[in-house]
Design a protein around this ligand. Structure first.
Ligand code: SF4
Ligand code: SF4
Length: 99
């Protein structure tokens, strides 16, 4: 995880299990994604941490692996769409179809 490498005071460390506990999840509103309008975009894929790779391009659309997502929110922050096509929600609200 990039935050572990970037932290200047070594306050963060990787769990021995090698797995990071999710601090949230995201959901993708495909209709709001720029690719729906034929504008190619893969910015969210580029920002998803390489250790996680929870979002990948599939058939010219971002495809989200909810299980792998750790909820860092980078894809939401950098989403190019206005309004954003990715939405963060806290782990206690993890359901199959968040409102
Ligand atoms: S919140 Fe977005 S960037 Fe972070 S792990 Fe989940 S899909 Fe990847
Ligand atoms: S960054 Fe936003 S607009 Fe771009 S592909 Fe990802 S969800 Fe779609």
């Amino acid at each position: 995880m990039d935050c572990i490498h970037a932290c200047p005071s070594d306050a963060l460390s990787m769990p021995d299990s090698g797995k990071v506990k999710a601090i949230g999840k995201v959901w993708l509103e495909q209709d709001a994604c720029l690719n729906t309008d034929g504008i190619f975009c893969d910015t969210c894929v580029m920002y998803c941490p390489s250790d996680v790779q929870a979002i990948k391009m599939k058939d010219n659309f971002p495809s989200l692996d909810e299980e792998a997502c750790v909820g860092c929110g980078l894809c939401v922050y950098y989403c190019e769409a206005t309004p954003k096509a990715l939405h963060w929600y806290p782990p206690e609200k993890v359901v199959s179809s968040p409102a």
